[in-house]
Design a binder for this molecule. Structure first.
Ligand code: PRP
Ligand code: URA
Length: 218
């Protein structure tokens, strides 16, 4: 079985094959897509990924009065969702998720990959409380070596987080494997599983540097 095929059988890793989502990811990859369009696409793609990731949110029945009669109808229950983007690129996904769950609380984790070692360095962490009672959606468009994702989940668990989902746009097999190995309880939702990493730990074919393309830096 090919490496990428094997990944698709990992329990808790979900790859979303909807044609509308795949079309938008193709536009995102294109080197000609400018910052404005790129940012819009990341936000729209996050809506698709969130839609899949939040299928299992708990609901409770509520009495609703329609213009015709009163009925019991489901509404989302429990503590409000926590959305935690990994800075910087994860910020690009936040508004898409808030479109789906406007009442969600937003935390932040600041990490950057050291250019030499490719390992993550933390510079910021602020999470909504009580974190242990919330479903937590960690956002980052890119799951490359998995170092940033594992470090983010480590921090969240150290602060008491329990029910964690990781939402990304593109993943490399190496990243899915590393995150799953370190945190098998974390559900991974991914728009596309790419072929491999290159020698600079960039995802191939990928889309380049997500943070730079979202914020127009280099
Ligand atoms: C990118 C990306 C992820 C990380 C993925 O961020 O947004 O956070 O790399 O790589 P990994 O799986 O190998 O850890 P980067 O470190 O470039 O920081 P930035 O978002 O500030 O540009
Ligand atoms: N981070 C990115 O932004 N892109 C990659 O391909 C890998 C890590």
């Amino acid at each position: 079985m090919e490496h990428t095929e094997h990944m698709k059988h990992i329990e808790n890793a979900h790859f979303i094959s909807h044609p509308l989502l795949q079309h938008k990811i193709s536009m995102l990859r294109d080197y000609r897509t400018g910052t404005n369009e790129f940012r819009k696409l990341v936000e729209e793609i996050a809506v698709f990924i969130g839609y899949e990731a939040f299928r299992d949110l708990p609901v409770e029945m509520m009495e609703i009065k329609t213009p015709l009669e009163t009925c019991q109808s489901p509404v989302i229950s429990g503590k409000k969702l926590a959305v935690v983007p990994i800075l910087r690129a994860g910020l690009g996904m936040v508004n898409g998720i808030l479109t789906l769950v406007p009442s969600a609380k937003v935390g932040h984790i600041g990490l950057y990959r050291d250019h030499e070692t490719h390992e993550p360095e933390e510079y910021y962490c602020k999470l909504p409380t009580p974190i242990e009672e919330r479903t937590i959606a960690v956002l980052d468009p890119m799951l490359a070596t998995g170092g940033s994702a594992v470090a983010a989940v480590d921090f969240i668990k150290a602060k008491g987080g329990k029910k964690i989902k990781f939402l990304c746009v593109i993943a490399a097999p190496e990243g899915v494997e590393r995150l799953h190995r370190a945190h098998p309880d974390v559900q991974i939702y991914c728009g596309c599983l790419d072929r491999c990493l290159n020698e600079d730990a960039y995802i191939c074919p990928g889309l380049g540097d997500a943070g730079d393309r979202i914020f127009g830096t280099r």
